[in-house]
Design a protein around this ligand. Sequence first.
Ligand SMILES: [Zn+2]
Length: 119
Amino acid sequence: MNNLWIVAAFVLPFIIMQAFDWLRPKPPSWSQEQHDIELFKVNRCPDCSSDKLLAGPSGGMSQNAACNNCLMEYNVHFVPGHDVFKVDRIGKMEMGRARIFGIQAEEYSNIVEKLIKGE
Ligand SMILES: [Zn+2]
């Protein structure tokens, strides 16, 4: 019986600590918005992490960018000389749109085929 109390004295504090774990402050996690911005800061596609980003038309404080790996097109907002502050998803590019970024029809088809296969 005495042994049981000794074991309980060592084990109970850990059980109690675990039970109150939800009270411990957690490091904040990125929102989707922050995630997109941080990936653009390091020239990576927020959707597939590829570094094959292509620059498209730009105007004012925004720049169209497209991913040559997953075909997602973005509108990236920034102040010249400063970091990206907002990223909008335009959507997956259609072939006509891809041509603006210099992706030719054959290359476009190859990428689409690759995406369908899930490679
Ligand atoms: Zn991508």
